[in-house]
Design a protein around this ligand. Structure first.
Ligand SMILES: [Zn+2]
Length: 200
């Protein structure tokens, strides 16, 4: 009898809105400790502040995706009403990521997961893969590490893409100490259930 090759279930960890220190480096330290890879959807303006942190992501084998330049709330409307404005932010960010890392990213995640069909079509024509998520840690709601952990471990399933944040729009939402605290137990739980961590 032949034994079937066992493929472990996969889970994808993604971190949006950074880089934002000290949290992004703390997340990178934990990922390094477990020797696992993740995907970071960065904003161009934050890459300008912390190019070294984005360099480190690439150096340590993580994937960097585009999450617009400003993450401004008007981008949701621009997606439908002023597509050129949103596209210019995406293209500007692609150049900033390229300059910081030497990498040309073809991954995009729209802020709030909202993107007009015309822009989806345009980005795909440019070779972009648009990445959403199915598990929201809800860490932007300023909840405790325990609740973030529960939101993820109770809902994760094979091929889940988990949404976390390492940045935010203001000082309050930029504090991701709870996300950092939740990460280690989430990884340990998923590993104990046999999950392998993959990048998108
Ligand atoms: Zn975002």
């Amino acid at each position: 009898m032949e034994t079937e090759a066992l493929t472990p279930p996969k889970v994808f960890l993604t971190f949006d809105d950074g880089p934002n220190e000290p949290y992004t480096s703390q997340i990178l330290d934990i990922l390094k400790e477990f020797d696992i890879r993740a995907t970071f959807f960065v904003c161009g303006k934050n890459v300008e502040h912390y190019p070294e942190v984005v360099k480190r992501m690439v150096r340590e084998g993580h994937v960097v995706g585009n999450h617009t330049y400003s993450h401004s709330r008007i981008l949701t409307y621009a997606s439908f009403l002023a597509p050129k404005f949103l596209i210019s932010e995406i293209e500007k960010t692609a150049v900033i990521i390229q300059r910081a890392t030497g990498i040309t990213t073809k991954l995009f995640r729209p802020p709030w997961g909202i993107l007009a069909p015309s822009i989806q079509k345009y980005l795909r024509s440019q070779g972009y893969k648009i990445v959403y998520w199915d598990i929201a840690s809800c860490d932007w709601k300023k909840i405790s590490a325990k609740t973030i952990e529960k939101n993820v471990v109770d809902n994760v399933k094979p091929d889940s893409i988990v949404l976390f944040h390492d940045g935010g729009e203001d000082r309050f939402h930029k504090n991701h100490a709870e996300t950092v605290l939740a990460l280690r137990p989430i990884i340990q739980n998923a590993q104990s259930r046999g999950y392998a961590f993959e990048k998108t």
